[in-house]
Design a protein around this ligand. Sequence first.
Ligand SMILES: *Cc1c(COP(=O)(O)O)cnc(C)c1O
Length: 356
Amino acid sequence: MHNFNAGPSMLPEEVLREASAAILNFNNSGLSVLETAHRTRPIMDVMEEARALVKELMLLDDDHEVLFLHGGATTQFMQVPMNLLHKKDIAAYADTGVWSSKAIREAGYFGKVEVVCSSKDRSYRSIPKDFALPNDARYFHLTTNNTIYGTQWHQIPDVSVPLVADMSSDILSVQRNFNQFGLIYAGLQKNMGCAGASVVIVNRKWLDKIPVKISPIMDYRNHIREHSMLNTPPVFAVYVSMLTLRWLKAKGGISEIEKINQQKSDMLYAEIDRNSLFVNRVDVTDRSRMNVIFELTDEKLTSDFTQFTTERRIYGIAGHRSAGGFRASLYNALPLSSVEVLIEAMQDYEKRVQAK
Ligand SMILES: *Cc1c(COP(=O)(O)O)cnc(C)c1O
């Protein structure tokens, strides 16, 4: 199958094979990875290796701690302001789509939120360019890749307050200076594993300044102290993530996968722009390299095209239920050859429609 699903999404076959084997017999222990106690050496090693690989691949400095926590990115919409935003504090947010709007709403439960820029009036087809932040903002939150609308921040704005980023759908796909961020979070199920947990990367120095008490299980500092083992961690999700990180390292790391991601998305956008049947309405400079959205110029062909692609084992290209159209997610694990199959299907479909 050519799996273009937006999330949970495709994983490398090697990862699936190794994870399957470990479900039956983990590290030749005769036990399943699912039935091994978390405070034993082999599982602690998995937790440690996963965190170390994130640090290594993202070139993080010693101030940045890596946590694997229960819950999805949506949980982080709440946990971030719970830790960092207190009553009279102001947080600045960029509104670039459904996920940012949800993050904005959650932050409102904890402090004052200022939406400093929004592309809502442009139907989220662009990334805001000119905006100002309040000097006293605790942080500025942005969603680096907008999974539903197919836009991406290709340039991270240079701001004077700590940056917080939801990188759920482009983490590990593109090299950035990750040390410039105060906090980064991402659900694992899009580009780095299976569903059930999130990675949180946080600058420890920044947390030292928080005087407030919150529920201990929500407090990042406790998770740092306990090395993501404050309670039973999401062992299997972290294990699959560790395998995915190993796979990425073997591929040459982020800078190598970035080249392939660039190639995959360039090819697909070129076809959408060439093909008379399809259109992408996102500002060209803001197009996402991970989630490529496109529409049929003649909407009536939607179910026919869907069937046409299904026959070629192309899976998961329906647009998000709130956006419609089509979306091809080109995460790290999706091979270039699958993009070629999709492009060929689009070309053949154009010929078929033109022949009628
Ligand atoms: C998928 C997604 C989310 C939601 O993730 P959950 O793990 O389902 O909570 C949040 N932000 C972005 C950018 C996403 O792509």
